[in-house]
Design a protein around this ligand. Structure first.
Ligand code: SIN
Ligand code: FE2
Length: 216
């Protein structure tokens, strides 16, 4: 007989440095994941998911919404943050305290104290959706990190270099994993490979991603 002392413990968080300024916090949000998904569903009832258009006129395969003081949007006029949901003309739903606290805690764990996000982009990937390599550069203060929370179906995250052509590292992100990047990694190219078919007990046939930003 072997005694498995750890069999009953939930998986423990494991901090994996990616590159200077970027950290993968495995399992970091796993306990809160069901509550996060419920909060997302409430937000989406007020600010529904939509497929936005790129400035070049392409429909994004990822469906998006936002909560917080500002929301990230794109249309033929360009990429930007705005305080109103263009679908309703109303303010975005407020950011739940659970979100703000998780984002601050994750940033702190990755070495960025005092993170106070004012924008949270909600991405929904269905099988076949992807996000091509890009930099997050519509925010004012580049000393503030990005905190990215994965929920539901696993995805392959692409973490590249300072040039779009740099070959990206591929990382599998599971539900509850959190990636934080800032400082020297703040402007690194990143994206998400095409989501494979699947079914997840929390989200069904999709992956949600929350990205917390300090927009203004
Ligand atoms: C993003 O870069 O906004 C999304 C990243 C992700 O879905 O993991
Ligand atoms: Fe991004």
């Amino acid at each position: 007989m072997t005694l498995d002392l750890f069999a009953d413990l939930p998986p423990q968080p494991f901090h994996e440095p990616i590159t200077e300024g970027a950290m993968l916090l495995r399992v970091f949000a796993a306990q809160e994941a069901p509550a996060l998904v419920r909060a997302i569903e409430t937000i989406l009832a007020a600010a529904p998911l939509r497929h936005m258009q790129t400035p070049g006129g392409f429909r994004m395969s990822v469906a998006m919404s936002n909560c917080g003081r500002y929301g990230w949007v794109t249309d033929r006029r360009g990429y930007r943050y705005q305080a109103e949901d263009p679908l309703s003309g109303q303010a975005w739903p407020p950011m739940p305290a659970l979100f703000t606290a998780l984002a601050a805690r994750a940033a702190q764990a990755a070495g960025f104290a005092g993170f106070d996000p004012d924008a949270c982009l909600i991405n929904r990937y269905e099988p076949g959706a992807r996000m091509s390599l890009h930099q997050d550069k519509d925010e004012l203060d580049m000393s503030q990190p990005i905190v990215s929370v994965s929920l539901g179906l696993p995805a392959t995250f692409l973490f590249g270099g300072m040039e779009r052509a740099d070959k990206p590292r591929r990382m599998r992100l599971e539900s509850g994993d959190v990636v934080v990047w800032g400082g020297p990694a703040r402007l690194l190219f990143h994206g998400v490979d095409t989501l494979p078919e699947g079914e997840h007990r929390l989200t069904g046939r999709c992956r949600y991603n929350l990205t917390f930003r300090r927009a203004r």
